[in-house]
Write a protein that binds this ligand. Structure first.
Ligand code: ADP
Ligand code: MG
Length: 390
């Protein structure tokens, strides 16, 4: 693949000069959903799927972008003097946003680049192809301009800043953090309030992580996401009248039950309940994994889904079909929606000797019920973003 990308690069941009290559992974969140903007914990891991970048420096201020995945757009040419979002600039707003965020922090980019991108993560499916593109751009800039003082955590924060303030998506820190800081065969137990983190080995013994793509994305995603954030924020303010907390993540289940009536609206109460319980579930799930109790980990994944479906209400019919089918199957340790919701993917832990049957029978049943195919990825947990050896 790299040889082919190199050839495409030279065909598009001409030969000569040094072409460097980089990779940033997508991620899957094992548990801890919609907790990352509520001061709670998350437990994502980087995938071996991700986004590749080939880069050659230029002497002028021109930026040229090309993505093999957006072939139809051809080469998009712009310059370092135009680091503002344009609707028609489409996907290039992501790398440009990261450049903008570096400049904003005083990291001066004094010359342009030719960049070629290729990714093997499905876009818009909740596996964070956008975060991987941001983190990829971050490490390209860090390496190309020698910004050694920029840590990988900074790369994640800069990526989040660009997504929030350049691309207008109010995401938390989880996705960029996982892409930047991932570690092979480990998930990251991250406290999104303090950014303290710990790597936990994911030893599933006789089981694998299987991601199922529903191949639906309901238009509710963005508006509902902002609604949930708003609801949680209001619930937090109400709770703060009754108890001294900074975030919903500060509460245990018992404390929540004791003070929940401070939240006036029953719907808002359910949202906050999810945030509190999901955070505690995540803490417990990591503990279970450390104790080699994969079964308990799976049960907590199932409980996470129930809470996202009933209390947080971010699932949808297609996803529930996939999860119900999975949870009913012997050999499935646990299954839940992953990512923002309203479509996208599920993540399941499936016993090795059940994986083929899982793909076959859930694939068929889903096709029958929904009318289109699901896609399955049996994934490995990979390292975070890095420069590749030539
Ligand atoms: P997700 O992050 O869940 O995959 P998003 O909608 O947040 O979904 O991000 C998808 C967008 O990210 C794409 O529409 C595109 O603009 C950009 N993107 C992701 N991967 C690539 C790629 N390989 N080449 C160009 N743009 C990409
Ligand atoms: Mg995204």
């Amino acid at each position: 693949m790299m040889t082919q990308l190199m050839e495409t690069f030279q065909k598009l941009y001409g030969e000569g000069g040094e072409i460097r290559t980089y990779f940033a992974p997508g991620r899957v969140n094992l548990i801890g959903e919609h907790t990352d903007y509520n001061g709670g914990h998350v437990f994502p891991c980087a995938l071996t799927l991700g986004t590749y970048g080939l880069v050659r420096e230029r002497e002028d201020r021109v930026l040229r972008f090309y993505s093999v995945n957006f072939e139809r757009m051809g080469v998009v040419e712009t310059s370092l003097d135009d680091l503002v979002p344009h609707k028609e600039a489409s996907w290039t707003n992501y790398p440009k946003g990261v450049m903008w965020a570096f400049e904003k922090r005083g990291y001066h980019l004094d010359h342009g680049m030719d960049i070629l991108i290729w990714g093997n993560i499905p876009n818009g499916s909740g596996l964070s192809s956008s975060a991987s593109l941001e983190v990829l751009t971050g490490i390209i800039l860090k390496d190309t301009f020698g910004f050694d003082q920029v840590s990988m955590v900074d790369v994640a924060l800069i990526g989040q800043d660009s997504e929030n303030n350049f691309n207008g998506c109010n995401c938390g820190i989880m996705d960029q953090f996982a892409s930047a800081m991932g570690k092979k065969d480990h998930a990251i137990f991250l406290d999104t309030n303090t950014l303290k983190y710990e790597y936990a080995p994911v030893i599933l013994k006789d089981a694998k992580i299987v991601i199922t793509n529903s191949k639906v994305k309901h238009s509710l995603v963005d508006s509902a996401y902002n609604d949930r954030r708003q609801e949680c924020e209001t619930a937090l303010h109400e709770l703060q009248q009754a108890v001294e907390i900074q975030t919903l993540g500060d509460l245990t289940e018992e404390e929540f039950e004791m003070h929940k009536n401070a939240i006036k609206d029953p719907v808002r109460q359910k949202r906050a309940k999810h945030a509190v319980y999901e955070n505690q579930r995540t803490i417990r799930a990591v503990e279970a994994l450390k104790n080699n109790d994969v079964e308990l980990f799976g049960k907590l994944m199932n409980a996470s889904h129930k809470s996202l479906r009933e209390d947080y209400e971010v699932s949808c019919e297609e996803i529930d079909i996939l999860v119900d089918l999975a949870q009913a199957m012997p050999g499935v340790v646990g299954s839940r929606i992953t990512g923002g919701g309203f479509g996208g993917c599920t993540v399941s832990i499936v016993k090795n000797d059940t994986v083929d049957e899982f793909i076959d029978s859930i694939g068929k049943a889903y096709q029958e019920k929904v009318g289109h195919e699901a896609e399955f990825y049996v994934v490995d947990i990979g390292d975070g973003a890095r420069k590749l050896e030539q």
